[in-house]
Write a protein that binds this ligand. Structure first.
Ligand SMILES: Nc1nc2c(ncn2[C@@H]2O[C@H](COP(=O)(O)OP(=O)(O)OP(=O)(O)O)[C@@H](O)[C@H]2O)c(=O)[nH]1
Ligand SMILES: [Mg+2]
Length: 282
């Protein structure tokens, strides 16, 4: 499965980033802590290669803490590579990311420092901006492509921060990366097939997080051997049924993905530094 979802505003943002990045002092690249490689936009990497970039692993409350620690070591042990992990709604943590960023710049105190917040959709960019500002100035929401335009905000300590719309790239592949992104909520519902994503997710959870599955879905007396049985059992127990008592797979798939995204199954990471298979330059 490849995914193609590149609405017009993403193309506009891509063009804008190409011109605006040169005028900024530093970049906060907001990644999803559960998928720090899949959620890294190769375009950002290309555009920002000569610019100070801090990788912000956001949503760490949803990610497996052991894996997040491995990721921080992985990024911070590379030359000229900096990473922090945060919960975007926590003021002290959002400021920790900004202050870390400022500490790495060669700051000219006579002028304002310009920091641009970039990343794929739904990673929490606008949430972080609102937290830093201490009030709701940017619209946020748990669906991708909420922000449609750049927005500049002045913060204390002569810092200007720019929120930008989340952008992806025109064709998302390989398949595993597309599935992980879709499961995380970075891709519009209109561009994905829930049954496919749930099937992938069920397989992943059975392999990597069987204990969390057994805990969340305690009606499972033994762990199912395959993805379809798991989805059917969850659907059946949760009342996702069609006429005649047959499991409604679409509804059961949506339920599994919804619970995963909300962190109800537990703290889950889709990637660890050890098992990155797809080619990446991050
Ligand atoms: N659990 C958790 N949720 C978060 C965190 N940060 C943001 N969110 C949620 O993630 C969703 C997306 O947040 P936004 O700030 O709108 O994301 P965005 O990156 O600006 O999205 P686009 O504008 O579409 O690119 C919202 O439901 C937020 O409440 C976090 O650290 N933890
Ligand atoms: Mg936004």
């Amino acid at each position: 499965m490849t995914i193609q979802w590149f609405p017009g505003h993403m193309l506009e943002t891509k063009k804008l980033l190409q011109t605006v990045i040169a005028k900024t002092d530093a970049i906060l690249e907001i990644l999803d802590a559960r998928l720090p490689v899949a959620s890294a936009n190769p375009l950002v990497n290309k555009l920002c290669k000569d610019k100070l970039t801090i990788k912000v692993l956001n949503k760490k409350d949803l990610a497996d803490p052991e894996h997040t620690k491995l990721w921080l070591d992985y990024f911070n042990n590379k030359t000229n590579s900096y990473a922090v992990s945060i919960v975007g709604s926590q003021k002290s943590q959002a400021w920790e990311a900004v202050n870390y960023c400022v500490s790495k710049t060669k700051r000219n105190r006579a002028r304002k420092i310009k920091i641009m917040v970039v990343g794929i959709p739904n990673t929490g960019k606008s949430t972080i901006l609102n937290t830093l500002a201490g009030k709701k100035i940017a619209k946020t929401g748990n669906v991708p492509a909420i922000t449609r335009h750049n927005q500049r905000t002045s913060l204390k300590n002569s810092i200007d921060i720019y929120d930008t719309p989340g952008i992806l790239w025109p064709i998302i592949e390989p398949e595993e990366k597309a599935y992980i992104l879709a499961a995380s909520g970075a891709i519009s519902d209109t561009a994905i097939d829930y049954n496919d994503i749930a099937f992938f997710t069920a397989g992943f959870l059975l392999k990597k997080y069987p204990d969390l599955l057994m805990h969340r879905y305690s009606f499972l007396k033994i762990l199912p051997h395959d993805e379809l049985t798991l989805i059917e059992k969850i659907g059946s127990a949760r009342g996702c049924l069609k006429k005649g008592g047959v499991v409604n797979l679409q509804k059961a798939s949506e339920l599994l993905i919804r619970e995963l995204r909300a962190g109800k199954i537990g703290r889950i990471s889709f990637e660890t530094p050890k098992d990155i298979k797809y080619d990446t330059k991050i």
